[in-house]
Design a protein around this ligand. Structure first.
Ligand code: PNS
Length: 169
């Protein structure tokens, strides 16, 4: 093994997966905390052709890249298919997820166990900052669509994109 390879194997990588339609302050909190724990953090945006979002995948990627620009070890990519295949292709041994409340736990536990059984990838849960424990992209979209103030729940670039998109419809 060359010196370069042994250094390479020591890079600690993790992935923060999701739909991110759009990214919220809750997501950003988890991504920024993961970026302090790992050498490289991939933000992986799931492509779901059967579900049309408010933003298309390219728009979501663009927004995430803008709001994570300050984290030099964060990379933003899309994927379709199984998350464990995304992990395998990039040598990522860990999935990092935020847990907002007990209600998140059942499904997250199922996915963590399935992913571990499929490929050995581990899932690590970070408790969400209580400020964002009620927050989801769906609720942000609903509140914004009815003219409610979501400026404290999403980064300014996302707020601007939301206002522009909802005004168009
Ligand atoms: O933001 P979301 O919609 O809660 O994210 C869900 C996501 C993308 C993490 C999950 O649906 C996923 O991992 N999808 C990829 C397909 C896959 O691997 N399915 C098996 C999960 S056990």
């Amino acid at each position: 093994m060359t010196g370069l390879e042994s250094e390479e194997t020591q890079v600690r990588r993790a992935v923060c997966p999701g739909s991110f339609d759009p990214i919220t302050n809750g997501h950003l909190d988890i991504i920024s905390r993961a970026s302090r724990l790992y050498d490289e953090v991939y933000v992986a945006v799931m492509i779901n052709k059967s579900k049309k979002g408010l933003f298309d995948v390219e728009e979501r990627l663009d927004l995430i890249r803008q709001v994570t620009a300050e984290y030099s070890n964060v990379r933003v990519e899309s994927f379709h298919g199984l998350l464990v295949d995304f992990c395998k292709q990039r040598d990522i041994p860990a999935i990092v997820k935020g847990l907002r409340a007990v209600s998140d736990f059942d499904y997250e536990l199922q996915m963590a166990q399935m992913n571990n059984g499929l490929s050995g990838v581990e899932t690590l849960f970070i408790p969400t900052n209580p400020t964002y424990s009620f927050l989801s992209s769906s609720l942000v979209k609903e509140v914004a669509a009815w003219g409610g103030d979501v400026s404290h729940l999403v980064p300014p670039q996302v707020l601007e994109a939301l206002v522009r998109r909802l005004r168009k419809d």
